[in-house]
Design a protein. Structure first.
Length: 331
């Protein structure tokens, strides 16, 4: 048990035995709530890659449309009830997000500039320099930034040979560490804003300010996702309810009495469900990665992503960056 999380045998949509095919797990729970799937891929020794498949918000049914509208109304009400300082912070992050999107759009254009003029060559140089800096971003940050923080149900799939307690402890430490890390560097990046503003006296666009704004937004988004997953990790996964059914029993031919029968029913209330996946075991072969000293290859990562219906590019990229971090760049 870690932070109140108790392992439950995995059940598709909350019913039935553990499925053998982890790739067929649905992303809508029994009560109609979306479920995200987080995959833990052993890469090399104690280094793991994380790939998340965010839940699909199905808006084709009236139930889900109503739930989405109710959720939006709830978010708006909750926002209005927040303290003034929190509302100002949310507004600041909203405009930071818009600015970051604009920076990303301009950054992409700079990478497509033609080197026929000195302006084009300067843009390509700045783009190449920034790209080298971005390549140094840790893979955990990229994973956290892709998490949908509106989803309350997460299935965490890991190779079946790994110990459940060790997996729970691993993610408990991961989310706690990343939250502290991104909070710290977000505030340090904010402290650097005045200095990056001074760089505006230099000719050309202030790339220092743009990059600093991008890092502030990235750290904020990763910290928010890490805090969200940490909260889900401490959320009771199932709630126990009592269903009352009436059963008629005949004691004599002349008299009938009613007897209430209580059935204990477990319903998923949110949080993270840990799923020991046989297919991840077969596709990643953890014994080779952890104790055998053989890293997970790009081909194996691509095969796992394709089988599990994940983005192949995202899976391979996550494995590549994790492998480089664990072993260093290959010659």
């Amino acid at each position: 048990m870690v932070d109140g999380v108790v392992y439950r045998p995995y059940r598709m949509h909350g019913t039935g035995p553990a499925p053998q095919d982890c790739s067929t797990v649905g992303n809508i729970s029994k009560d109609g709530q979306p479920v995200s799937r987080l995959y833990m891929l052993p890469v090399y020794q104690n280094h793991y890659a994380y790939v998340i498949q965010n839940a699909l918000h199905d808006s084709t049914t009236a139930h889900n449309v109503h739930s989405h509208q109710h959720h939006h109304h709830h978010d708006t009400t909750a926002h209005n009830n927040k303290p003034y300082k929190d509302r100002m912070r949310d507004k600041a992050m909203y405009w930071t997000t818009r600015a970051t999107d604009k920076v990303q759009e301009e950054y992409t254009k700079w990478g497509e500039a033609t080197p026929t003029s000195w302006i084009g060559r300067a843009k390509l140089f700045v783009h190449g320099t920034c790209q080298k800096l971005l390549d140094k971003v840790e893979p955990e940050e990229t994973f956290l930034k892709s998490v949908d923080t509106h989803v309350r149900h997460v299935d965490l799939l890991y190779p079946s040979s790994l110990s459940l307690l060790s997996v729970q402890a691993h993610f408990h430490d991961l989310f706690q560490t990343r939250t502290k890390f991104h909070d710290k560097w977000m505030w340090m990046s904010i402290a650097c804003v005045p200095f990056s503003l001074l760089a505006g006296i230099l000719p050309g666009p202030n790339v220092f300010l743009l990059y600093n704004a991008y890092r502030i937004h990235s750290h904020w988004k990763a910290s928010k996702a890490s805090s969200h997953l940490r909260h889900l990790l401490s959320t009771p996964t199932f709630t126990t309810t009592q269903q009352h059914t009436q059963q008629h029993t005949q004691h004599t031919q002349q008299q009938r009495t009613q007897q209430q029968q209580h059935n204990t029913v477990e319903e998923r209330s949110g949080g993270i469900v840990f799923v020991a996946c046989e297919h991840l075991e077969r596709l990643t072969r953890p014994e080779l990665r952890i104790s055998g000293g053989v890293p997970l290859s790009d081909e194996e990562a691509a095969a796992a992503g394709e089988f599990l219906e994940l983005s192949t590019d995202a899976t391979v990229n996550a494995v590549q960056r994790t492998r480089v971090r664990a072993m260093g760049p290959s010659d």
